[in-house]
Design a protein around this ligand. Structure first.
Ligand SMILES: Cc1cc2nc3c(=O)[nH]c(=O)nc-3n(C[C@H](O)[C@H](O)[C@H](O)COP(=O)(O)O)c2cc1C
Length: 293
């Protein structure tokens, strides 16, 4: 049992345990039209905030992700990157959300938000789940030290930023309440590819957080693989979902076209699930079509 406790496996099993009730009577062809922070997209299925792709994969891999997202008319989320990389990705024309690390030097966060604003990005975010390393001490990423965000710091950042500030890595009512009180413009329910073992699957905590999040959009990633997975998350209260590692495989196989095709296939699967359940638009999602077995 090499992967005992692996949060990806646990999340996968939970998604698979959710079944869909069909509702054909009075259903119609669905529309996936999606508005996010005032911009229109083809679907609420987006790329996850990946990073270091040119390093882990090959030079140009990150741009392939951006071009594929643009071709699918999907929002591009991207993670840790230097200024030049963010500028290159933004120059592809993909509409982009940058997730910034919780740098101990908070000035870096402010500077990155300013640059994101100047570039006209859609939103920024902070992955609050990256402050600690494997021994619980400070995490060091690419030589940069990280520190857990304090609620007052997040409130100050949200107040100062001209873009919505999304918090990524929320997996509890505790964090969700504090982030919403601090003015977060969105929450990503995520365990960030198994940062901690035995993490609560995002879809377990989603309905509880959706019950008090009001108009603040909730997003989900971790093991979202198909339009069916996306449908389950949307029905349970997510505004949008993000797909990460499968898009790396798609890039390896077919570059930007692979990313586009993966996203378009997921959109088609989502459309099917919406039509078959009578949830024919994103504002008509209904959690009662989901049943746990
Ligand atoms: C290579 C790689 C790099 C990542 N870099 C970041 C990052 O910089 N910031 C971030 O918030 N999440 C990062 N993530 C986490 C993803 O955004 C996402 O939460 C995670 O991969 C789960 O989604 P998935 O199961 O669809 O891959 C990264 C994931 C991978 C695989």
């Amino acid at each position: 049992m090499a992967d005992i406790g692996n949060s990806n496996r646990i999340a996968r099993e939970y998604i698979d345990s959710l079944r869909i009730e069909t509702r054909y009577m009075d259903s119609t062809n669905p529309t996936l039209d999606f508005t996010l922070y005032g911009e229109q997209f083809a679907s609420p299925i987006m790329t996850a905030a990946l990073s270091h792709l040119d390093h882990f994969m090959f030079p140009g891999a990150a741009e392939a992700l951006a071009q594929g997202a643009k071709a699918a008319n999907a929002a591009l989320w991207y993670g840790m990157a230097d200024d030049a990389e963010i500028e290159r990705l933004s120059a592809t024309g993909a509409r982009m959300i940058e997730i910034i690390k919780p740098y101990s030097d908070r000035d870096i966060i402010y500077k990155k938000i300013e640059r994101a604003t100047a570039l006209g990005l859609l939103a920024v975010g902070i992955d609050i789940d990256h402050p600690f390393g494997e021994d619980g001490g400070p995490d060091i990423v690419d030589g940069w030290e990280m520190t857990a965000l304090r609620t007052a710091e997040l409130a100050e950042i949200c107040k100062h930023a001209k873009l919505p500030v999304i918090v990524k890595g929320v997996l509890s009512r505790h964090d969700a309440e504090l982030c919403l009180a601090a003015g977060a413009g969105g929450l990503v329910l995520s365990h960030h590819n198994n940062r901690i073992e035995y993490a609560v699957p995002p879809l377990v905590i989603l309905p509880e957080i959706a019950a008090f999040a009001g108009d603040t959009p909730l997003f989900v990633d971790c093991e979202i693989r198909t339009g069916m997975d996306a449908f389950k998350a949307l029905a349970l209260g997510a505004k949008g979902v993000c797909i990460g590692r499968p898009l790396m495989t798609a890039i390896k196989q077919s570059g930007a076209d692979g990313v586009r095709d993966y996203l378009l296939k997921a959109n088609a699967e989502l459309g099917k699930a919406m039509a078959y359940t009578g949830c024919t638009s994103l504002d008509r999602m209904d959690c009662t079509v989901i049943r746990r077995v």
